[in-house]
Unconditional design. Structure first.
Length: 317
């Protein structure tokens, strides 16, 4: 979904904290790649999905960032505000849990990017026998659908289906998972019937999505905490023709990624300083990987065939 987020000064944040203090019914602290992110909400369903989605952390740990998720009849729908000084986000009259999740990850990413040399990547990450592949692309391109299709091959394991963190070590780029359980769409089983039982057990929300423990279907050993990235795929929406796969050199790939906002609409702070940090990181990532731009075909299965060739076939398997 598209939305507009406004940056606010810390003084306005303080006024909002005071305004909503009596509305908060639930407070939960969770760990997102070493950051303590605190949810403050009036909605029990959001609190429960959050607890299923993210890892537990001691409630005695002081938070690095905070999300206020509340209803306010005096505010417009989908009011999104962020104070970068205190790293506090306000999501007012936001019904979609996926946006809550994405902004929680982005707040953690704001901390990690500026202070810890760790970068956010809005995309899926899989591992095939020790070789990591990042699948990036615009919303609706099918990143998540294709990730689950790849998981039908027993050689493939998953680090993340939507968002991961990455660090550069010399010539290598390591990718790290960000969530305990994944938030998936019910229509996934339409593309891959093998996941129908998993969807059937999920507690779906109004958006026909739910947080699921993928380990119950693919096994505990196939959800990994990290991998080393060797391949990157830029996935494009279906444009009416067959699947198209074009290799990109690092310079071409960097310009495509930069022009696309690094495929991440949830970045909270967009200053020249942060843009330079992101450009340097993606230059390292795309210089360390084989890069392909894949335009999706008319069916998920046709796109899947090309992606499997990229992920597994190039080694003669």
């Amino acid at each position: 979904m598209s939305y507009t987020l406004s940056l606010i000064p810390v003084e306005e944040k303080e006024k909002l904290v005071e305004r909503y203090a009596d509305e908060i019914k639930y407070e939960v602290k969770s760990e997102i790649f070493g950051c303590c992110i605190k949810l403050l909400t009036d909605d029990k369903e959001t609190k429960e999905r959050w607890e299923e989605n993210f890892y537990f952390i001691s409630q005695n740990i002081r938070s690095h960032g905070r999300l206020y998720h509340l209803r306010d009849p005096m505010a417009p729908e989908d009011t999104l505000l962020y104070d970068p000084q205190s790293r506090t986000a306000f999501l007012i009259n936001v019904a979609y849990y996926g946006l809550v999740k994405s902004l929680a990850l982005s707040v953690a990413g704001d901390v990690l990017e500026e202070e810890h040399g760790t970068h956010s990547v809005h995309g899926a990450c899989i591992d095939a026998e020790g070789w990591g592949t990042a699948i990036l692309g615009e919303s609706g391109a099918g990143k998540t659908t294709q990730t689950y299709g790849l998981l039908l091959d027993s050689r493939v394991r998953v680090v993340s289906d939507d968002w991961f963190f990455a660090r550069v070590y010399g010539n290598d780029v390591f990718a790290y998972g960000s969530e305990k359980n994944f938030y998936i769409r019910a229509d996934l089983s339409g593309a891959w019937p093998e996941f129908e039982e998993l969807i059937g057990r999920a507690d779906l929300d109004a958006e026909e999505r739910g947080v699921v423990d993928l380990r119950s279907v693919v096994g505990k050993g196939r959800v990994l905490p990290m991998t080393t990235l060797r391949t990157a795929v830029f996935l494009r929406r279906h444009e009416g023709g067959p699947v198209r796969c074009v290799p990109l050199d690092p310079e071409e790939a960097l310009e495509v990624a930069s022009a696309s906002g690094y495929f991440n609409p949830h970045l909270l702070v967009r200053t020249p300083f942060r843009e330079e940090i992101r450009r340097r990181f993606f230059a390292s990532l795309l210089g360390a990987t084989r890069v392909f731009e894949v335009t999706a075909g008319p069916t998920p299965a046709e796109t899947q065939e090309v992606l499997r060739e990229i992920v597994l076939g190039w080694r003669g398997e």
